[in-house]
Design a protein around this ligand. Structure first.
Ligand code: PEP
Ligand code: MG
Length: 575
């Protein structure tokens, strides 16, 4: 039986299922005598300490065995345990309501989770999963329940669970757990991200898979297509065994490309860069053969805390990325892109009817010059330590670019007068993600040093189709002729002024898009780190000269379907 889910981590595995039902912890809510409150607070504080101790160990193990970026997940969990808002609310509940610690943890967790989950932003929704994970750990400590998925599997298995927390994922024994399937979760949930790093094939978001499978069932997990075959017959197992071997061989071929240049078969060179959200991601980017950072989303430095990061904190983060990447690899750091769906609890913005069309990103920065200047100072100072470039998000008009540059110049003057070093030659570019900017790209290209096309937003603004709205998702299509024509026009406009153009929207890493974008002359492709080697492998087989004509022909086609079919047939099928 075939079931479809979300492809969370690539690879194919055929194995026996081990089904773990959702773990429920049993406890009552009860009222304490006034003289028991002190002891209950002590018991709670001891559980916090014990949970923190465990997390410290898991963090170190993860750092050693998986990577720095993944270890940070547990650092975030530890921060919850130090968060006065979270811990304080639990203590206040124990004191004011005289309830037992278990009930207080659960009730405070539920109210925080409800707030996180009501946010439109996927990042914040993922924080709800982290908070659940930490709270579960606290509850187990309080109840004296011993840990988790330390399962003693006798043979390699496919784990089938309702949800896999990051802690569970980090503790999986990679020799035993060959794949996993979950009822819930999305492509960007932490467990999915960790599965990709650990290279454990995974399919998530399968709603009721724990009901459909039983321990001991044979199962095929296809993490490439997001498919699961339940109790397959021998013929299907053989087919998948071949697919698995082919994929393993492919991966080995890709791994050999880590230190190679990104050139087409006929010698045309481009840059394959990574999108990152924190300094640790840069390490993983390098391991995956990134030739630069095409987008550092700095808003993540501002999230999950209760005040703005200081200039020093920001400087340390930007400098760390610049130093990790070294003098030769460019690091494009985007100034704060907050607002819209990304909220900051400590920045009290009025509710808007259309947040995506509202007070966000550069609009907010040009208004809150204090915030903007702090970030620019940190960025400029970091530019003395590597190949840093600054990029403004959501530019709609030439006037905005000029105003942003004027503020940047003021900050530069300040630094000069204080004898603080920065790179005088630093490039300053803009994101092209608003149709108005794309249409006046020829004018913007005279004053920006580079462009990076943000298709994630550009598509939704061009098509007037909210990217979160399933009902209009047929319009949210990177291959729509309107989108491709606009991208082509932007690249041409930049090149006419001798400027380089990148793309940092998800489209840049797509197999069908790469040949078209290459034909249009895109100079830099920035994508998630784990897509880079695959893109390089494809690139090496492509012929830049013939893609010129192919991409011109694309511009004459009438629909996304037609364009995709044409690229599949005239390019990919011939490789
Ligand atoms: C984009 O809009 O394409 C982009 C890369 O920015 P973000 O996804 O952060 O909005
Ligand atoms: Mg954007």
């Amino acid at each position: 039986m075939l079931r479809k889910g979300i492809a969370a981590a690539p690879g194919i595995v055929i194995g026996r299922a081990v089904v773990k039902a959702e773990e429920t912890l049993h406890y009552d809510r009860h009222t304490l005598d006034p003289d028991q409150v002190g002891a209950e607070l002590d018991r709670f504080r001891a559980s916090v300490k014990a949970a923190d101790h465990d997390l410290e160990q898991i963090k170190e193990k993860t750092r050693r065995e998986i990577g720095e970026g993944e270890a940070r997940i547990f650092e975030a969990h530890q921060l919850f345990l130090q968060d006065p808002e979270f811990v304080g609310s639990i203590e206040a509940k124990i004191e004011s309501e005289r309830v037992n610690a278990e009930a207080a943890v659960q009730e405070v967790r539920d109210s925080f989770v409800a707030i996180f989950e009501s946010m439109d932003d996927e990042y914040m929704r993922e924080r709800a999963a982290d908070l659940r994970d930490v709270s579960q750990r606290l509850l187990k400590k309080l109840l004296g329940v011993h840990d988790e998925l330390q399962a003693d599997f006798a043979e390699p298995v496919v784990l089938v669970v309702h949800d896999l927390t990051p802690s569970d994922t980090a503790q999986l024994d990679r020799d035993k757990v060959k794949g996993f399937i979950t009822n819930i979760g999305g492509r960007t949930s932490h467990s999915a991200i960790m599965a990709r790093t650990m290279e454990i094939p995974a399919v998530v978001g399968m709603s009721d898979i724990t009901e459909r499978l039983q321990t001991g069932d044979l199962v095929i997990v296809d993490g490439l297509q997001g498919e699961v075959h339940i109790r397959p017959d021998q013929a299907l197992v053989e087919t998948y065994e071949e697919k698995r071997l082919a994929y393993e061989k492919q991966k080995a071929d890709w791994a050999r490309l880590v230190h190679e240049e990104s050139v087409t078969a006929d010698g045309h060179r481009v840059e394959l860069a990574a999108n990152i959200g924190n300094p640790q991601d840069a390490v993983q980017a390098l391991e995956n053969g990134a030739e630069g950072i095409g987008l550092f989303r700095t808003e993540f430095l501002y999230m999950g805390r209760d005040s703005f990061p200081s200039e020093e904190e920001q400087f340390a983060a930007y400098k760390a990325v610049a130093e990790t990447m070294g003098q030769d690899r460019p690091v494009v750091i985007r100034t704060l892109d907050i607002g819209g769906d990304k909220e900051l609890p400590y920045l009290d913005l009025p509710k808007e009817l259309n947040p995506f069309l509202g007070y966000r990103a550069i609009r907010l920065c040009l208004d809150r010059v204090d915030l903007f200047k702090t970030q620019l100072r940190a960025l400029l100072r970091a530019s003395a330590y590597g190949n840093v470039k600054i990029m403004y998000p959501m530019i709609a008009t030439l006037a905005e670019l000029r105003r942003a540059n004027q503020i940047l110049n003021e900050v530069k003057a300040e630094l000069r007068s204080q004898n603080i070093a920065f790179n005088e030659e630093l490039e300053v570019g803009i994101m092209i993600e608003i149709p108005a900017a794309a249409l006046v790209a020829d004018q913007l290209a005279k004053e920006a040093d580079f462009f990076s096309i943000g298709t994630n937003d550009l598509i939704q603004y061009v098509m007037a189709a909210d990217r979160m709205n399933e009902q209009v998702s047929y319009l949210y299509d990177p291959y729509n002729p309107a989108i491709l024509r606009l991208i082509h026009q932007v690249i041409k406009a930049a090149h006419q002024e001798g400027k380089w153009v990148g793309m940092c929207g998800e489209m840049a890493g797509e197999e069908l898009a790469i040949p078209i974008l290459l034909g249009f002359g895109l100079d830099e492709f920035s994508m998630s780190a784990t897509s880079i080697l695959r893109a390089r492998h494809l690139l090496k087989k492509l012929d830049y000269q013939s893609l010129q004509q192919i991409s011109q022909h694309v511009l004459s086609l009438e629909s996304g379907e037609e364009i995709k079919a044409y690229i599949q047939e005239s390019v990919l099928n011939k490789l």
